[in-house]
Design a protein around this ligand. Structure first.
Ligand code: ZN
Length: 432
């Protein structure tokens, strides 16, 4: 494939003096804990969290610092035209085939230092260890720091991976703005990636994608495991449900004559919650936001609107659950003299991770006596985007207390190391 697949961008500093902190001592130590801490210093907030949103100053500084780190450690690094950063270890036999490994550099607002960042650091350390121990691989390996996954600044997610797989292009962001009204294109340009230079950074040379990430749940910790091999990433369906009744006087309207939208909503939410618990252990259903109108203490609720988030790794299970609950909603509405309107606004299909690489990871962890289990990811990850186009593997390390997207995010040092250990072996099998 050579250089034709890359879309090089010169990094502009937009008149700012970039302060790149490269701590040689940390680099030499190459401990995951130290490097995660170092990367977390870019965008650190007063509350001890990390806010590193796409194309902001802290985002630029973090990407540039990683680029320097890669280059100082013998991995030539380059950006594609949207700001995904790659550090390349060139293969000797089939250099045009690439094993891509990494995660995302952006965070949520006031997030933690491990989400995304650990995956980049782990991949970086794994590749350096491989190069030191075995020399250059047969296939090329690239460490990727994906520019965006969370959707925290602009209302779109997976900008980095969706450009690489070709499911997004510049057209998708032409009307997109952040909460300050800044357009996506303007932010992109300010960060040094001029939309005028855009040409789809699609990669057709990728053999497989391997990502390691914190679990963001409690399964591993509860089961006393150090590592999770993800078999599926759950599909997600999101709905808005609107129930219309009639606002009326709370004191003068007898119970049989009411059209109480809130009671219908309450009964429906109770039903779907119980139904979710009975359907399948992996099925989750959440009503996370509810608006009552007029929301006054002495007025019967005339309208209730709420969100509904449903996840499972098998689409027929989601289909059947939705059929059951919406049938019940219809019946409830009739019984309660109210009307219900349901609108679907997100339907992300479940994605299966590559079973061959997953099996390999399970076997390698057994050899290394790393306590490991297969699991399903209820959270979305870049692996689900890559997994639709290339064989993909997603590995998890434990999250203490299941906490993520918070300054309290924490993973023990030996778990971070176990993850890197296994990732190194998986990459070795894939590329050497
Ligand atoms: Zn993440």
């Amino acid at each position: 494939m050579g250089s034709t697949i890359y879309c090089h961008v010169i990094y502009h500093e937009a008149g700012e003096t970039m302060v790149i902190q490269v701590n040689a001592e940390l680099m030499n130590k190459r401990s995951a804990e130290a490097l995660v801490e170092w990367l977390g210093s870019f965008g650190r907030t007063g509350k001890g969290g990390v806010t590193r949103l796409l194309y902001t100053k802290s985002w630029k500084e973090a990407q540039q610092a990683l680029k320097n780190l890669m280059e100082e450690n013998g991995l030539p690094a380059y950006y594609d035209c949207i700001g995904n950063l790659f550090g390349r270890l060139q293969g000797t036999e089939t250099p045009g085939r690439t094993i891509l490994t990494g995660s995302h550099i952006d965070t949520v607002i006031e997030g933690g230092k491990y989400d995304g960042a650990y995956g980049i650091i782990a991949s970086f350390i794994a590749v350096l260890r491989l190069a030191e121990k075995y020399g250059p691989p047969k296939k090329s390996i690239e460490v990727v720091s994906l520019c965006e996954e969370e959707g925290s600044r602009f209302p779109l997610t997976f900008w980095g991976s969706r450009n690489i797989t070709g499911s997004y292009d510049l057209d998708c962001v032409k009307d997109v703005k952040d909460s300050d009204g800044m357009s996506f294109m303007e932010a992109m340009k300010e960060a040094g990636f001029n939309p005028q230079d855009y040409s789809p950074p699609i990669r057709n040379d990728i053999d497989s994608f391997v990502e390691i990430h914190i679990e963001q749940g409690m399964t591993l910790e509860r089961n006393g495991k150090q590592l999770g091999v993800v078999s599926h990433i759950s599909g997600q369906r999101r709905y808005t449900v609107l129930i219309k009744g009639e606002s009326n006087h709370a004191g003068t309207t007898p119970m049989p004559y009411r059209k109480d939208a809130l009671t219908t909503a309450a009964r429906f939410i109770t039903f779907l919650t119980e139904q979710a618990g009975e359907t399948d252990p992996h099925l989750v259903a959440t009503v996370g936001r509810l608006t009552v109108r007029p929301n006054v203490s002495n007025v019967i609720a005339g309208e209730v609107e709420f969100t509904l988030d449903i996840r499972h790794h098998q689409e027929p299970v989601i289909d059947s659950f939705c059929h059951t609950i919406f049938k019940e909603l219809k019946q409830l509405s009739v019984n309660m003299n109210t009307e219900a309107f349901v609108s679907l606004w997100m339907d992300a299909k479940p994605v299966k991770m590559d079973s061959g690489i997953g099996q390999l990871a399970m076997e390698l962890s057994l050899e290394k006596s790393i306590l490991c289990q297969k699991m399903i990811s209820g959270a979305g990850h870049d692996s689900q985007i890559f997994g639709q186009k290339y064989p993909a593997c997603l590995l998890f390390v434990p999250s203490q207390g299941g906490i993520s997207h918070s300054p309290e995010e924490f993973t023990k040092s030996n778990d971070l190391e176990a993850g890197i250990d296994l990732l190194t072996d998986v990459l070795h099998k894939l590329a050497y």
